[in-house]
Design a protein around this ligand. Structure first.
Ligand code: NAD
Ligand code: ZN
Length: 367
């Protein structure tokens, strides 16, 4: 189990096969980046790349850069355009070449400052630059703080599909500064609650008590992120390389959700919005086919509504498009559907009993 210490900052410490690292969750952290790196990692490099995007860079890069400079480290800022399109091989090449041109070498380290796009892209660049250099993740969205910055999955998209090229490269430190969330647009802030509600559904029923305090949620962000990181860290510790099946439970809501995201042609729904619909469908299937009670199901769906996440599907996204997108998904292993269901809030399992017809009915019920 990860070691969790609540406070400000809170810490979650992961212990994996070959890596140990700490996730710090608190306020006012990024201005102390260099001190925290010194305190919590073995990194002693004097050169670093700070990779960020065009939205986050102007807001937060200077704080990180000046902290590094004050500690005698020379930082090189590399900014990529904001948006999923930057998760490409071309962009990894571009970032890596800029690092080489700046004179960075295998003793340097990389700081990934931004949401999941920057974390996945820059994490991958760190994994392959001179066969691997240390990476510090500074996630600045709810999604990246509660999910993508922890666990070591890095990578990019190709025209054939999402996340098809990548590497496991665990960070040496994660700094989740909840102050950065204050500049996040409401739609992106709310989107992150799809993954939070998913975490509660599969692992921690009591987390819903906190989620339900929406009016004051911004006062509880340190606790909220900490509890989610603790869940993600526990799952990653149990199944670091997605071989035992535990990590697959994080796909709750994602089979149908990914189908809806793809059928909407990406761009129509944010990932978390499509997953919200997938969570509604998977929750209803859990009530119909497993032991989840009606009331538990309603509670999960109400939580999604509370954060303005969609729970009803519009008519112009067809069942056929969703089903055919789902069949291209890697979770449809050799035609067999391995679908994550709940038997109660806080406990998930993989079922082989869900048929294509069940899925179609669940999608129809979303309308
Ligand atoms: N590696 C993993 O385990 C994992 C897990 C989940 C998701 N992901 C990946 O994460 C990506 C999605 O991440 P995301 O939702 O963070 O998207 P994102 O990185 O695109 O960020 C969303 C938007 O918010 C902006 N932004 C970021 N932080 C901001 C801030 N503090 N203030 C104002 N604007 C800010 C960004 O510039 C962007 O426009 C996807 O590519 C997904 O595949 C990876
Ligand atoms: Zn997701």
């Amino acid at each position: 189990m990860p070691i969790v210490a609540e406070g400000n900052p809170s810490t979650v410490s992961l212990s994996l096969k070959n890596d140990r690292y700490t996730v710090l969750i608190g306020t006012d952290l990024i201005g102390s980046t260099a001190d925290l790196v010194q305190l919590h990692t073995g990194i002693r490099s004097k050169t670093a790349a700070v990779v960020t995007d065009s939205n986050v860079g102007p807001l937060y890069a200077e704080k990180v850069m000046s902290s590094l400079r004050a500690a005698g480290i020379t930082p090189h800022l590399i900014e990529v355009p904001a948006g999923e399109a930057s998760k490409s091989v071309e962009c990894v090449t571009d970032v890596s070449r800029k690092m080489l041109q700046a004179g960075l070498d295998r003793k340097s380290f990389l700081v990934a400052l931004g949401g999941g796009v920057v974390g996945d892209l820059a994490g991958f660049a760190a994994a392959i630059f001179q066969r691997g250099i240390p990476c510090v993740q500074i996630p600045t969205t709810i999604v990246s703080q509660v999910d993508s910055s922890v666990g070591g999955k890095t990578g990019v998209n190709t025209p054939e599909g999402k996340n098809l090229l990548g590497a496991f490269h665990q960070p040496q430190l994660v700094l989740a500064d909840v102050d950065t969330l204050s500049s996040l647009p409401d739609r992106e802030f709310n989107e992150g609650f799809a993954e939070i509600i998913k975490h509660a559904a599969i692992r921690d029923e009591d987390l819903l008590d906190l989620v339900e305090k929406k009016d004051t949620i911004r006062e509880h962000l340190v606790e909220l992120v900490t509890r989610n990181v603790a869940i993600k860290a526990a799952v990653v510790e149990e199944d670091e390389r997605e071989t035992t099946g535990t990590r697959a439970l994080l796909n709750f809501g994602h089979t149908i959700g990914h189908g809806i995201e793809a059928a909407g042609g990406y761009g129509r729904f944010l990932h978390g919005e499509a997953i919200s619909l997938g969570l509604v469908a998977a929750t209803r299937l859990s009530v119909g086919m497993s032991d989840l009670s009606e009331d538990e199901g309603k509670r999960i769906i109400s939580c999604l509504e509370l954060y303005d996440l969609p729970t009803k599907l519009e008519a112009d996204v067809s069942n056929e498009d969703i089903l055919s997108a789902m069949q291209r998904d890697k979770k449809f292993e050799s035609g067999q559907i391995r679908f994550v269901l709940l038997d109660r809030t806080g406990n998930a399992f993989v079922s082989s009993d869900v048929t294509k017809q069940n899925l179609e009915e669940a999608i129809t019920l979303l309308r």
